[in-house]
Write a protein that binds this ligand. Structure first.
Ligand SMILES: Nc1ncnc2c1ncn2[C@@H]1O[C@H](COP(=O)(O)OP(=O)(O)O)[C@@H](O)[C@H]1O
Ligand SMILES: [Mg+2]
Length: 303
């Protein structure tokens, strides 16, 4: 449903996309990962046909995304979602339905369908400004679905939404996948990334990895050690200073050290902790997706 080859886009001195290839079949949830400024939004804008690429090819449902034929098959949820706060839930959906030129009879039917699908029916008369974060995102989805697109583009649709509402939202994406929709969704959340069929990891406009979540996870280096103790900043500094450690980062799991030789890493880290007068448990761990992405980023920096 989506074919991208060699996509390039530059903003002045910034190379936002340096030649990206993507392939998204029907019935696929495709995750776009990457830190701020990686090029996720730029990619989605090019796919939506609202931004002209400098180079490369984009095909949506076999067509140029700018063509009216492709537009009718595309739904796009921007970040932040483009809703009218002083219109009700139903009025927002009506507005988007008219933009897509739906006949009144069809529109009435579609409004019922998307209200039902998103569970927003009981809130049809509420002003968009008076919705919770999670319900606003569902309304944005409802508006993007009113013309029954088979390609859906979602730019961080759940950023800032509470975890329960995020899960709810992803259940809707699962149901759309089951209907054969191809969805490209950018997200900063690892738990959401794992729910995708395929992932692309973008970094400074380059595609550093692409594949099923499990394939991407396995790109983590063989040495993954987790240090638990305190203070985390000092532990991280010790680990990062070891020659066999490629990178060390701190998060809720503690400090993670990544490298090629776990045994050498452990010895060096324990020596370093002793010299610094710190004590911490150092244990080998199974890599998570985050470990692969961080290692890829460090490798990318050296390239
Ligand atoms: N309209 C624009 N004008 C100038 N620079 C831009 C514009 N849009 C994006 N950029 C730059 O392009 C890079 C990629 O941005 P973006 O696609 O928004 O990344 P992401 O969505 O992954 O955070 C960033 O360096 C950003 O500053
Ligand atoms: Mg963005």
């Amino acid at each position: 449903m989506i074919e991208v080859r060699g996509l390039r886009k530059r903003f002045g001195a910034v190379e936002a996309l340096a030649g990206i290839d993507l392939h998204v079949p029907a019935g696929t949830l495709f995750g776009l990962l990457g830190p701020d400024g990686a090029g996720k939004t730029t990619t989605l804008r090019c796919l939506a046909g609202v931004l002209a690429p400098d180079g490369g090819q984009v095909r949506v449902a076999g067509q140029d995304p700018v063509s009216p034929g492709a537009r009718r098959r595309l739904g796009y949820v921007t970040q932040p979602p483009g809703l009218y706060g002083d219109l009700t839930v139903q009025e927002n959906i009506v507005f988007f339905g008219r933009v897509y030129g739906l006949e009144p009879g069809v529109l009435r039917e579609r409004i019922r369908e998307v209200l039902d699908f998103t569970g927003l029916g009981p809130f049809a008369g509420r002003l968009a400004d008076h919705l919770s974060g999670g319900m606003r995102q569902k309304l944005a989805l409802a508006c993007a679905l009113v013309h029954e697109p088979d390609v859906l583009l979602l730019d961080e649709p759940t950023t800032g939404v509470d975890p329960l509402a995020r899960r709810d939202f992803w259940t809707l994406l699962d149901r759309l996948r089951a209907r054969g929709v191809a969805a490209v969704v950018s997200t900063p959340y690892q738990d959401e990334a794992r729910r995708c069929d395929r992932l692309a990891f973008l970094w400074r406009g380059r595609l550093l990895a692409e594949g099923a979540p499990e394939e991407v996870r396995q790109l983590a280096p063989p040495g993954v050690l987790r240090l638990t103790g305190a203070p985390l900043a000092a532990l991280r500094q010790v680990a990062a200073g070891c020659p066999s450690v490629r990178v060390a980062y701190a998060d809720a799991r503690g400090v993670t050290a990544l490298g090629d030789d776990p045994e050498r890493m452990r010895i060096e880290i324990e020596e370093g902790l002793g010299r610094a007068g710190l004590s911490a448990a150092v244990a080998p761990a199974t890599a998570v997706l985050e470990d692969a992405l961080i290692a890829l980023t460090v490798a990318g920096e050296g390239a």
